[in-house]
Design a protein. Structure first.
Length: 514
């Protein structure tokens, strides 16, 4: 279906539903036979706000860049109920007995999801005999209940060492992540609760457990376990966000290595992260809902609401949190397939000379582009209380008064994002749509005498969403923004607030098209 409004603000490489409402990603898996990625999501086809009955929508992609909407996959049984969030696993060796020889092992998908009714939240199984398009409900449902209305979002993985299925599931309002094990996905044994870690907010949602490799030579050896927990509302950014713990998992218990919690993305629009069950290179990929429950029902898009983030690959790395301490940290790399996109006028400049009052200008079309900026900051060239900034003004092509301003404040040694310069009244009127955010990004390198620090930032803009990756993905910030319809970003002005502080050592820009 094509709507007149489709060109207005709809992202091109971020998954959106054709029409209707979307929230959390669900059921992520990769079909190795068809070489096709499957993403399901919380979906209300009847309105552009969340509501019951709630379904699983379904999109597929060959390249994680361009998406096909392939219709509803799972339906709830009653109008006042919902097929809430959950995951999918591939039951290669038919532990469930759901599959005959005619279904190839790579396509034996079982969805484990929460059935929400006014009385309870319980865990259900559905399985597909046609490669993930249509699903049958298991006759023995529910497979897990807890006498609760707040027991949801199961994420299941196969644990090689113990040869068991492992489920993590939110006991949302007890601030517990329940861990269960099973041989056949049908019978589940409770083995432990991970209790009250990190930020609590109002409730825990959408947990996930994965083992990630550690980059480089570190004491963490061949990898560490990571437990993701989404919280909403009451996150540090305001509203919803995704945190994670690093620790060990022994088949029954998750034991955090450190007490601290981390945000996987410091922006306002990255929630309910889920990782793919599998991937062709055995790496961990994930996708999040690029919105925030604080304002998701009001954002000015039509006839759909919400998009997903880009798919990201996750690894652990050692991260210099400050001069004295290194921490293990998740590093995120966005997946964007340039071969699937047109790439016009790539430009690349080195050692750009910018002075106060003489910004550099770069032109763009279409509102889809990828840029990299590397710069150094000379700490001896400005006073402690001077506001010395390097700013990129990402301006609308039709109306330059609408712009995103992003940049680095040398005094605060912090990156900033300002999405408040728009004629869209909603942005100014909605008190939760925070217009200014910052990211405490550490230098990539620092000179021996500590005067010169270097930084690098990659940004991907897709119509109404900006993803920023700092220092090769050590930190990330994902934020949506809204300009007047059709006023896509058409130019970038690069400006400095003080001379001799910044040296832009490299700036590259790729204009992309679908
Ligand atoms: C998270 C969430 C989940 C729930 C789903 C309902 O955003 O609240 O806990 O399963 O959304 O749509």
């Amino acid at each position: 279906i094509t709507h007149a409004n489709d060109t207005v603000n709809r992202p091109l490489v971020h998954l959106t539903p054709h029409e209707g409402w979307m929230n959390d990603p669900n059921g992520l898996w990769y079909d190795a036979k068809e070489e096709l990625w499957h993403v399901y999501y919380q979906y209300n086809p009847n309105d552009t706000v969340w509501g019951l009955p709630l379904y699983w929508g379904h999109s597929t992609s060959k390249n994680l860049t361009l998406w096909d909407d392939v219709g509803v996959a799972i339906e709830p049984m009653a109008n006042n109920s919902g097929a809430y969030s959950g995951c999918m696993v591939i039951d290669y060796s038919n532990t469930t007995g759901f599959f005959g020889e005619d279904v190839s092992p790579e396509q034996r998908v079982v969805a484990i999801w929460t059935y929400n009714t006014p009385e309870s939240e319980t865990q259900y199984l559905s399985y597909s005999l046609d490669g993930g398009y249509s699903f049958r409900s298991y006759s023995g449902n529910p497979v897990l209940e807890n006498n609760s209305t707040q027991f949801r979002d199961p994420k299941v993985m196969w644990h090689e060492e113990t040869q068991k299925w492992i489920m993590v599931v939110a006991k949302a309002q007890q601030f517990k992540i329940g861990i269960y094990t099973s041989d056949d996905l049908k019978e589940w044994t409770p083995v432990s609760d991970f209790t009250r870690g990190g930020y609590l907010g109002y409730q825990y949602e959408c947990p996930g457990l994965v083992k990630l490799p550690v980059e480089g030579n570190t004491s963490a050896g061949n990898g560490s376990w990571v437990l993701f927990v989404s919280i909403n509302p009451g996150s540090p950014q305001g509203g919803s966000s995704t945190q994670y713990f690093i620790g060990d998992f022994n088949g029954t218990h998750f034991i955090p290595t450190y007490e601290n919690t981390n945000s996987i993305d410091s922006g306002k629009d990255y929630y309910a992260l889920q990782t793919f069950f599998n991937s062709p290179d055995n790496q961990t990929y994930g996708i999040a809902w690029a919105s925030n429950w604080q304002y998701s029902a009001f954002v000015p898009t039509d006839p759909w609401r919400s998009s997903m983030s880009l798919v990201r690959k996750f690894v652990l790395e050692e991260f210099q949190a400050n001069p004295e301490t290194k921490l293990l940290n998740i590093k995120s790399t966005p997946i964007l397939d340039y071969d699937a996109l047109g790439c016009a006028h790539p430009s690349n400049g080195k050692n750009l000379f910018i002075t106060v009052g003489n910004p550099l200008q770069f032109s763009l079309v279409q509102g889809l582009f990828d840029f990299n900026i590397s710069f150094s900051v000379n700490g001896s060239a400005f006073g402690g209380h001077e506001f010395a900034d390097l700013s990129l003004y990402l301006r609308g092509g039709e109306n330059k008064d609408e712009y995103l301003r992003i940049g680095f404040g040398a005094n605060a040694a912090t990156f900033f994002i300002d999405r408040g310069h728009t004629a869209v009244n909603w942005v100014h009127e909605n008190p939760f749509f925070t217009d200014k955010m910052s990211v405490n990004n550490q230098p990539l390198t620092i000179s021996n005498n500590s005067t010169i620090s270097t930084y690098s930032v990659r940004g991907i803009v897709d119509r109404n969403i900006l993803e920023l990756y700092f220092n090769n993905g050590s930190q990330v910030s994902t934020n949506t923004f809204f300009f007047t319809g059709g006023n896509f970003i058409g130019s970038i002005d690069m400006a400095v607030g003080k001379d001799n502080v910044f040296n832009v050592t490299e700036f590259s820009l790729k204009q992309l098209s679908t």
